[in-house]
Ligand binder design. Structure first.
Ligand code: GLU
Length: 517
């Protein structure tokens, strides 16, 4: 078999959404696993609905997930992706070829834009699905037969005499090119669904090239998949109904079919099709929320694919090694945000420390928390070693409770600012009584003298202090925590104290004692 060649072919009419990213991932994984090629092709022939911003958003999402593509025209030192809008001449040429060879005919019935039944549309199954009709229903022109709210073209232009054609041409009537669907059945084998057969009687003579010279989705997708020598078309289930038309085009062009694999839909937890009502659907939104791309990739891979074992956690390389088209399931996948969070926490837990620090640093910078200002007040001033080593200690301290990268910003804040904010409820609960303040003052004294100022020495000192004051350690620990981080929760207090350093701990205890005093 020839080397596999796969593609991801998004229409830039929206950002990279979770379903699209999952489709891209399956194609990418198979290409990487087999040593094949992964092509990215932007399907932007629908000028009105496409935008450059969306293209940027899609590319950003792909890069963030690490889904690199292999080829395409040179662009700013990098290559690709391909843009369908740059290949319009090719589609026209192929459409004319279809007419010449008797597979298609000119149609003067007007474009879908002039039709009485609604908005212009180019045969994108996804939007068609949400609009309630099949993509084919929306093609065509006047002279169709009403079928509910949609039209089926009655093929009147396929019966025009040469004189009638000449008359229309002379009048300058706009003409589309319509595919002549033959009688019989159209069958293809799907790697996920098995053999699928459609009765051609239900397939309309669809428009391949519109009168404005733009191809419909069916023509451009087949033209590109042929020209780009695509061997496997892995895409969403919602494209199954488009496939027979595309199969007919392959046959008309005399080209072999690629292998088709239609992957199941992604549903929300309520088992309805995943949409904004279930939360974020754009991949970059998950990036903004602090999810690791590794976690997102791991999570997406298991939406509709199974490795055939119980393994859930995968690195990128492990996914590449384990992936197979046979593992794609028939049943729809459910998007569970809690599971994504779990994957995120697991990948954070497993990431080597320097790498985790490298990911956290820019987020701290963005929040204005890093690098810390130099000087005696700086949190890193008294710490041994370079500032980055101190940051690595902070990251390690926060790691066990972190579910997302943003947790490091939120939970790291008290360590990185000079003046912390005190949570009123925590102060009220743990610092308002005279006993609590007396305990805190005693901890302050102990902290002033304990040597070294390290968790291993602080813990026994503070526990002994609690004993001598006749209280449980918690009676000292809680007020101290609120005093030094301003909150009722933190990682283990003794490690927190050590990382903050003696100077800052004493200053914060002093300030807390004056709070509301
Ligand atoms: N542009 C199509 C879409 O975004 C892709 C169709 C395909 O993969 O064949 O739905």
């Amino acid at each position: 078999m020839s080397t596999p060649r796969l593609r991801f072919a998004p229409s830039p009419t929206g950002y990279l959404h979770v379903g699209g990213a999952r489709t891209a991932l399956f194609n990418w994984l198979y290409a990487r696993k087999t040593g094949g090629a992964f092509v990215l092709r932007i399907e932007d022939t629908d000028v009105e609905r496409s935008s450059a911003d969306m293209v940027t958003g899609i590319l950003d999402g792909m890069r963030w997930l690490g889904l690199d593509w292999d080829e395409g025209p040179e662009a700013g030192g990098a290559h690709g992706p391909y843009f369908q809008s740059q290949r319009l001449a090719r589609y026209r040429e192929l459409a004319e070829q279809l007419v010449r060879e008797g597979h298609a005919y000119y149609c003067y019935c007007g474009t879908d834009k002039e039709r009485p039944d609604g908005p212009a549309f180019a045969g994108d199954a996804r939007a068609a699905a949400s609009g309630g009709g099949s993509a084919a229903d929306r093609e065509g022109g006047e002279g169709g037969t009403p079928r509910g709210e949609s039209w089926t073209y009655d093929r009147r232009c396929s019966r025009l005499t040469p004189e009638e054609v000449a008359a229309r041409e002379a009048a300058g009537a706009p003409r589309a090119i319509r595919f002549r669907v033959p009688e019989g059945e159209t069958a293809f084998r799907d790697l996920v669904h098995g053999d699928i057969t459609f009765d051609n009687a239900h397939i309309e003579d669809f428009v391949a090239l519109r009168s404005d010279g733009h191809p419909t989705y069916h023509l451009s997708v087949v033209a590109d998949d042929i020209d780009m020598a695509i061997t496997h078309v892995v895409r969403g289930d919602d494209h199954i109904s488009n496939t027979p038309k595309q199969v007919l085009l392959y046959r008309a062009f005399g080209k072999p079919l690629p292998a088709f694999a239609h992957v199941p839909l992604i549903l929300g937890p309520d088992k309805r099709r995943l949409s904004k009502r279930h939360g974020a659907t754009s991949v970059t939104e998950y990036r903004r929320q602090g999810y690791l791309p590794e976690a997102m990739m791991n999570f997406l891979a298991l939406l509709g694919w199974s490795p055939g074992s119980d393994q859930e956690l995968f690195t990128r390389d492990e996914l590449v090694a384990a992936f197979s088209l046979e593992g794609i399931s028939l049943s729809n996948a459910v998007f569970n945000p809690e599971k994504l969070e779990w994957f995120s926490a697991q990948h954070i837990a497993r990431m080597p420390s320097p790498e985790l620090v490298r990911r956290v640093e820019p987020l701290l910078e963005e929040a204005g928390l890093w690098p810390v200002r130099p000087g005696p007040e700086s949190p890193v001033a008294g710490a041994p070693g370079p500032a980055i080593a101190w940051l690595a200690r902070l990251v390690e301290l926060l790691r066990p409770r972190a579910k997302r990268l943003t947790d490091f910003v939120e939970k790291g804040r008290p360590f990185l600012v000079e003046h912390i904010e005190y949570d009123a409820a925590a102060v009220q609960k743990y610092l308002s009584s005279p006993e609590a303040r007396a305990h805190l003052a005693a901890v302050g004294e102990a902290c002033a003298s304990v040597e070294p100022f390290a968790a291993a020495a602080l813990e026994p000192a503070i526990r002994a202090l609690a004993g001598s004051r006749g209280v449980k350690a918690g009676a000292l620990v809680h007020p101290t925590r609120v005093a030094v981080v301003g909150r009722a929760e933190s990682p283990g207090l003794f490690e927190v104290l050590e990382l903050l350093g003696r100077e800052r701990v004493l200053a914060r205890i002093g300030r807390a004692l004056r709070l509301g005093a």
